[in-house]
Design a binder for this molecule. Structure first.
Ligand code: FRU
Length: 326
């Protein structure tokens, strides 16, 4: 339980259109609803950097108790995060980082390790020479830069592994369709495609299928969401060769935010664990996540039952007061 009376958390989410971010928000809301004194307001920056800056400005002028932010890109969001810190408002950065360490804490998986994990899958299958395509996330957002860094750290040591091309994406599959189609038509089927997330990985598979290269290219993605459209199912369906789990950290973000407000010692980097999901463990992972979702659903319904009881109590109490007055 938090020690402060009323706690106001302002969260600026990069955007809301994809399931990964929806699941992050959901986990935050469930976690926040466990504390009756916590108000969480989530703003959707809609992938617009100026809008995200404006939202953060608003949180500063509203003097929220703590700001949580998932920066669309690192550089343009860095000064406003510093401004919040200078105004005495702690800032917890989630998933994507700003350019310097001028924030209270970070929570998210190690994206360099995510890239290395993808590379290790390829390395463990190298016999003769191999050709690889990398599909990057939005330039200037830290997971794209770090996933690429980790991927190259390992693969560049293997002369037998050649890069057939790098595609600049923006995290959504529409951004890669044309350039990947053009590249694959030139190179023919490569051995591996590493896409920085599952949405682009699925897009890559669709293009490979259109070109009749389906089944010849092994595709690796990132995120590993559970659910019918998630990466785990794509691995089970054989669309993806593997996906690297990238947890959203929604629940952890709220827990850490409250620790910061309670003046507990919090590490600057709170690193969530990541792992490879492939055909060997996809079933187990799906079962585990489904159990967690079930429990989360149970908690949600218990919380709304408690809220209904509270409302009933207050309205009965009010009726009682009215009766006493008359
Ligand atoms: C969701 C997303 C994920 C990716 C993450 C990186 O918006 O694109 O697919 O792993 O952002 O920040």
């Amino acid at each position: 339980q938090t020690e402060k009376e009323e706690v106001r958390i302002g969260f600026s989410q990069a955007m809301l259109n994809d399931e990964w971010r929806q699941s992050m928000n959901n986990a935050m809301e469930v976690q926040a609803s466990l504390y009756s004194n916590v108000t969480l307001s989530i703003s959707n920056a809609n992938y617009n950097v100026q809008q995200q800056i404006a939202q953060l400005k608003e949180f500063i002028s509203d003097t929220v108790d703590i700001i949580i932010v998932s920066p669309i890109q690192s550089k343009p969001i860095t000064p406003i995060v510093e401004e919040a810190m200078n105004a005495g408002i702690p800032v917890l950065v989630v998933d994507r980082k700003t350019d310097n360490q001028k924030y209270t804490a970070y929570v998210g998986a190690d994206n360099i390790e995510v890239g290395r994990n993808a590379a290790k899958i390829i390395v463990s299958n190298v016999q003769d020479s191999l050709r690889v395509i990398e599909i990057r996330g939005l330039a200037g957002s830290s997971p794209a830069d770090e996933r690429s860094l980790g991927f190259h750290q390992i693969l560049d040591k293997f002369p037998k592994i050649k890069f057939a091309g790098t595609i600049e994406g923006d995290w959504e599959k529409e951004s890669i369709t044309e350039s990947l189609r053009e590249l694959l038509s030139r190179t023919g089927p490569v051995d591996y495609i590493f896409a920085h997330n599952d949405r682009m990985a699925k897009g890559a598979w669709e293009i490979a299928r259109n070109l009749g290269m389906e089944g010849q290219i092994k595709i690796i993605g990132v995120d590993g969401l559970n659910g019918p459209n998630g990466g785990i199912q794509l691995v089970k369906d054989g669309v993806l060769n593997a996906t690297i789990l990238y947890p959203t950290g929604g629940a952890e973000a709220i827990k850490i935010a409250l620790k910061i407000l309670n003046a507990e010692v919090v590490p600057t980097n709170n690193i969530l664990s990541t792992t490879v999901i492939d055909q060997f463990n996809a079933d187990i992972m799906q079962n585990q996540f489904s159990k967690i979702n079930e429990q989360q659903g149970l908690i949600e319904s218990q919380i709304s039952a408690i809220k209904r009881q509270e409302q009933l109590y207050y309205s009965q109490n009010n009726i009682l007061k009215i009766i006493i007055i008359f």
